[in-house]
Design a protein around this ligand. Structure first.
Ligand SMILES: Cc1cc2nc3c(=O)[nH]c(=O)nc-3n(C[C@H](O)[C@H](O)[C@H](O)COP(=O)(O)OP(=O)(O)OC[C@H]3O[C@@H](n4cnc5c(N)ncnc54)[C@H](O)[C@@H]3O)c2cc1C
Length: 303
């Protein structure tokens, strides 16, 4: 067991409860083993300029990637980017192992966990729970809250419906189960059309899911990249965005500018409509988050 040398993080639910302006969160992923952490450190250092309210780091299926999540979380914490939220999934771990991982995360002072079922590891097409493991994110929320009641659990929401869901209604029902199990807030899958977020929030509220719903946005860098990601997540790629990216050459700085302008427009509209903040899938790149257009969106709404 680690000896805690730093004070524990504030819970993100308390940030939402006390916020006087929309929150900004940034998502990192652990770089591949062979890559150095130096470029991630440089990116994260640049991002201090935008003063994110909290940052998160994804969790992979392989053992080495998992250790990297903690390594990246510690690095982000040293850089004082706000509370750091490791992601955790059910993939490949028994219940006992998940309890041990939870204890380790808690002992390191992290108090916020993005709580997920996870995608199947590479080479597998469907998610298969271990006989001694968990099948749904709601069960992981339950396990974490039972083990450490002071954990704040973020959970995933799908404005365009999770690809495996039987129906939009069943998906919403299962989101409600995650909140009932103790989920504190929802971060959405990425989307490029704000209407899907507005409709999703309305459906959640009608289903008495009252937790904050943080919209997740991806600053598109290139047309091939955004096509690949949309296919993976089953997110709609508006033809207007695809056409603009294509007209800008598809890839390169001009296309990235188009992606940035699109996401800045999304942010502006979402914040004006009362979204509680923005979660940016920055893919370990600083450019979008430090872009004046995006900083501007938040400054206009600061109290
Ligand atoms: C913000 C965000 C962060 C993410 N971070 C990561 C990450 O770090 N690592 C990673 O591997 N993946 C990550 N993902 C992807 C995520 O793991 C996948 O989308 C995964 O397929 C589903 O995870 P979940 O937590 O939403 O699962 P669940 O909430 O368990 O839902 C998965 C599917 O099962 C259905 N379902 C849920 N409960 C039940 C039930 N009781 N009975 C029947 N069906 C049920 C749901 O409708 C849905 O179709 C992230 C996704 C988001 C939106």
């Amino acid at each position: 067991m680690l000896v805690l040398s730093m004070p524990p993080d504030h819970s993100i639910s308390s940030l939402f409860a006390n916020a006087t302006r929309p929150l900004l969160s940034l998502e990192f992923f652990p770089p591949k083993q062979e890559q150095s952490l130096d470029s991630l450190r440089a990116t994260a250092t640049q991002l201090r300029a935008v003063q994110p309210d909290f940052v998160t780091c994804t969790y992979g299926a392989g053992g080495s990637t998992r250790a990297r999540t903690m390594e990246v979380c510690s690095l982000l914490r040293d850089l004082e980017l706000g509370p750091v939220m490791p992601h955790l999934t059910c993939v490949g771990s028994s219940r006992d192992e998940l309890r041990e991982i939870a204890d380790d995360i808690h002992a390191r002072g992290f108090r916020n966990i993005m709580t997920l079922r996870g995608d199947p590891p590479q080479g597998q097409t469907a998610f298969e729970a271990r006989p001694d493991g968990l099948a749904h994110a709601s069960e992981l929320v339950q396990l974490l809250k039972a083990r450490h009641p002071d954990f704040c659990c973020g959970v995933a929401g799908y404005p365009e419906v999770h690809p495996e869901a039987e129906s939009a209604d069943s998906d919403l029902l299962h989101l409600g189960e995650k909140i009932q199990a103790g989920g504190d807030f929802v971060t959405t899958q990425l989307f490029f059309n704000n209407e899907v977020y507005f409709r999703f929030v309305a459906r959640c509220r009608a289903a008495e899911i009252d937790a904050p719903i943080l919209p997740g946005l991806l600053p598109a860098v290139s047309l091939p990249q955004v096509r690949r990601i949309c296919a993976m997540c089953r997110a709609d790629l508006p033809s207007a965005l695809a056409d603009q990216l294509e007209a800008a050459g598809g890839t390169g700085p001009a296309a990235a500018r188009v992606g940035l302008e699109w996401v800045a427009n999304q942010i502006r509209e979402l914040l004006v409509a009362g979204a509680p903040g923005i979660h940016l899938y920055i893919l370990n790149r600083a450019e979008a988050a430090i872009a004046p257009a995006i900083i501007d969106c938040f400054e206009h709404l600061a109290v």
